[in-house]
Design a protein around this ligand. Structure first.
Ligand SMILES: Nc1ncnc2c1ncn2[C@@H]1O[C@H](COP(=O)(O)OP(=O)(O)OP(=O)(O)O)[C@@H](O)[C@H]1O
Length: 276
């Protein structure tokens, strides 16, 4: 990939809040001239099958925007190129791309099994037999370590259901049903405690080891989580501060005068065990 994304922000345009905007404008608190904002500034990098790339950066640095571009959701709006196996993103590539967004839309009253079977019925081609769709859902449940809660309601704000970590796994399961070659995830560990976050990233590492390409944005990964990533792209205000092997990042920052003032412990990580 090699992408830039700029937005023209017209303070007087937009579908909602026009009255408020006019009041603010007449009170002089907002300029009427369209302002151009650079959201991503020439971000380039690559990731291969079998690898897990982490996109790191503070809030507002452009992580979600970059993931949306990689998922083909901002086609025609950005400049630069996103290539998969040397070709532009085609419909068939996008069909094999799973995108787990920050906001999930799960039915609170369905169980985990019902949710994934329902999703398989909707997302898998009509040519696939019903029994095979159910088998795909069962395989995803086993692969993501959801067997224990398969018959528990997903739940929501008003209905008690599965835990936050299990909920994230169900969202990943939604995308796993289409057997994606490229799995993109936006902040899958947000809201999880450090053990649940570490287990989830270990599961993602396991998916990568099966030959998939995994790209995930992460907020403040613990060092044991960080060490599970193969490569890292660090963004700040839409620009790339570092792209390379995760294990080389500290040496790089040390070489440019930003060595950390704390000791980083070496942690061995098991990549294949979803529950370990
Ligand atoms: N359509 C848009 N209109 C206006 N501003 C936008 C738009 N899309 C993104 N931005 C701005 O671009 C910047 C990057 O947004 P983005 O959601 O990619 O950040 P992020 O790194 O994912 O943040 P977070 O970690 O908080 O989710 C933000 O300042 C956001 O306000």
């Amino acid at each position: 990939m090699d992408v830039s994304y700029r937005l023209k922000l017209d303070p007087m345009s937009g579908s909602g809040g026009n009255g408020i905007r006019r009041i603010l404008h007449s009170a002089g608190s907002s300029s009427a001239a369209p302002e151009e904002r650079v959201i991503l500034n020439g971000i380039s990098g690559m990731v291969s099958p079998g690898e897990m790339l982490a996109i790191l950066g503070p809030s507002g640095s452009g992580k979600s925007t970059l993931l949306s571009i990689l998922a083909g959701r901002l086609q025609g709006k950005h400049t630069g190129t996103v290539l998969a196996n040397g070709h532009r993103l085609t419909k068939s590539v996008l069909r094999r791309t799973g995108f787990v967004t920050q906001d999930d839309v799960l039915y609170p009253h369905l169980t985990v099994r019902e949710t994934l079977v329902f999703c398989a019925m909707l997302r898998l081609p009509r040519t696939v037999e019903k029994a095979d769709k159910v088998a795909s859902a069962e395989a995803v449940i086993a692969e993501l370590g959801l067997s224990k809660c398969a018959d528990t309601s997903v739940g929501g704000p008003f209905v008690r259901g599965i835990s936050g970590g299990e909920r994230k796994r169900v969202c990943i399961g939604h995308e796993m049903l289409v057997n994606p070659s490229l799995l993109l995830l936006d902040e899958p560990t947000s809201g999880l405690d450090s053990t649940a976050a570490s287990r989830l990233v270990a599961t993602l590492g396991g998916l990568a080891r099966q030959g998939r390409t995994v790209v995930t944005s992460v907020h403040q990964p613990a060092s044991r989580v960080y060490q599970m990533f193969d490569s890292v792209l660090l963004l700040s205000e839409g620009s790339c501060l570092y792209f390379g092997k995760a294990r080389d990042a500290m040496d790089y920052f040390g070489s440019v005068g930003f060595a950390p003032k704390f000791h980083l412990p070496h942690v061995e990580c098991g990549m294949g065990n979803a529950n370990g």
